[in-house]
Design a binder for this molecule. Structure first.
Ligand code: PLP
Length: 427
């Protein structure tokens, strides 16, 4: 008899935290042809409304990820549906080489709303960050003797293109495919002396997220961001803020820089600007406005359909009381998460507006996310010991209370599983 066959595999904490789906039938859709580049759980989503999603088995989920904060107004908001339907009837994309009304209106609206001088429209946050880097380097050629060095913070995320990955440094997830591009260096976040020491004659810009998302929702301190702005002014280099995640109301103000009372030369926007459709923007101010015709282009840049979404999102966010309500609900979310963290002996709760992270007492974030999914709650884990909460900006207090109940049940599941693990129980 082969004794190895009798040995049972020891289940992981994540497996122990959930029981198999009740009455789980064979998946209705095959994933065989999809490249396995992203690890996804089993449900196949078919419908969404506000803070809620439904899968193909008609199970409901409360969504506190909202497509990584892209769905600023929640799932299928009526204003976005109406704007897209109306625009799709008349014009989808005349091509980036021609003007369309939405392109002109959105560029104008973004500049007026953010006190910027120029805007360029793109399709993803990665593209906006890469365009920001190109713009800074163009400025370096014109005004700093060809300086091209960009300093970023360790553990930053500026997207998944090669320049964006190089900006984030070798530790960035997905940065495993050979050497990065030259001209980027990283220093610890919230460390002004380290930043000061890293600047040299080759430096053209400092590029930062006001709140580091993938690092575990770590806000810049006001002292730090104001200090960085001052340093840039004193040394005559550019400040680039990557507000792809933190901008467009996510932190309770239209731009996160407003919270800090700073003013960047270049800003990258994305995610929430399209409310769930692919739309991003590059904003430039004053001396940084130095691109000329032919230096940026892309098939979908300024696409009429996508820009109609951007205008609908801005209309909602700029409605009287909308951001005030988001700030109010954000404070409630932060306060109640802190209470829950203390009840379950977890760590720190940090963030702004409706952008929060909770550090855990151990590296159980993936297990909590999995247990939460079984409780019908969608969360993300940017770090092994950190949960991230990015609900719709239109989330209600009722949604927040329901999320807290489901999260508490997920914590209990994981705690029970941890006890089983300690006792060495196999299931
Ligand atoms: N910058 C930040 C701060 C991000 O969080 C992300 C994506 O998560 C990006 C850039 C890249 O955006 P996208 O995924 O739209 O390319």
């Amino acid at each position: 008899m082969n004794l190895f066959n009798l040995r049972r595999t020891v289940p992981s904490l994540e497996d122990l935290a959930v029981e198999p789906y009740a009455n789980a039938s064979a998946p209705a859709f095959s994933n065989e042809c999809l490249m396995p580049s992203v690890q996804r759980p089993q449900p196949v989503f078919v419908r969404g409304q506000g803070s809620w999603l439904w899968d193909s088995e008609d199970r409901t989920y409360l969504d506190f990820t909202q497509a990584g904060a892209a769905n600023s107004l929640g799932h299928s908001p009526s204003v976005l549906v109406a704007a897209l339907a109306e625009q799709a009837q008349s014009l989808i994309n005349p091509g980036s080489g021609f003007y369309n009304r939405g392109m002109l209106k959105l560029a104008d609206r973004l500049c007026r709303s953010t006190d910027s001088d120029q805007a360029y429209l793109l399709s993803s946050g990665t593209e906006a960050c890469e365009a920001a880097i190109k713009l800074a380097r163009k400025w370096g050629q014109l005004h700093r003797g060809g300086a091209a060095g960009i300093i970023t913070a360790s553990q930053s995320c500026h997207g998944r293109g090669f320049a964006a990955l190089s900006a984030a440094g070798s530790g960035a997830p997905g940065n495993r495919f050979g050497p990065g591009l030259p001209g980027f260096s990283q220093v610890p976040f919230n460390d002004l002396p380290a930043l000061h020491a890293a600047v040299d004659a080759q430096t053209v810009a400092i590029m930062l997220e006001p709140i580091q998302s993938e690092a575990g929702v770590i806000p810049a301190t006001e002292h730090y961001l104001k200090g960085v702005e001052r340093l840039c002014r004193e040394l005559g280099i550019l400040l680039i803020l990557d507000e792809v995640q933190a901008g467009i109301g996510r932190c309770g103000t239209l731009l996160a820089e407003q919270l800090y009372g700073v003013r960047a030369d270049i800003i990258a926007l994305g995610k929430g600007l399209g409310g769930g459709v692919p739309l991003a923007a590059l904003l430039a101010r004053g001396k940084a406005c130095c691109f000329e015709a032919g230096e940026l282009d892309g098939t979908h840049h300024g696409n009429a359909l996508m820009t109609s979404a951007g205008l609908a999102v801005l209309d909602s966010l700029q409605e009287h009381g909308f951001l005030q309500q988001a700030r109010h609900n954000g404070e409630y979310l932060g306060q109640e998460l802190t209470r829950l963290a203390s009840r379950y002996a977890q760590g720190q709760v940090r963030g702004q507006g409706l952008f929060w992270g909770m550090t855990l007492a151990d590296e159980s974030a993936d297990a909590v996310v999995k247990a939460a999914l079984h409780e019908g709650l969608l969360l993300s884990a940017p770090q092994p010991d950190c949960l991230r909460f990015t609900p719709a900006l239109s989330v209600s207090k009722g949604n927040i209370d329901e999320m807290l109940l489901r999260l508490a049940r997920a914590f209990s599941r994981v705690r029970t599983a941890q006890l089983h693990c300690r006792k060495g129980v196999a299931v």
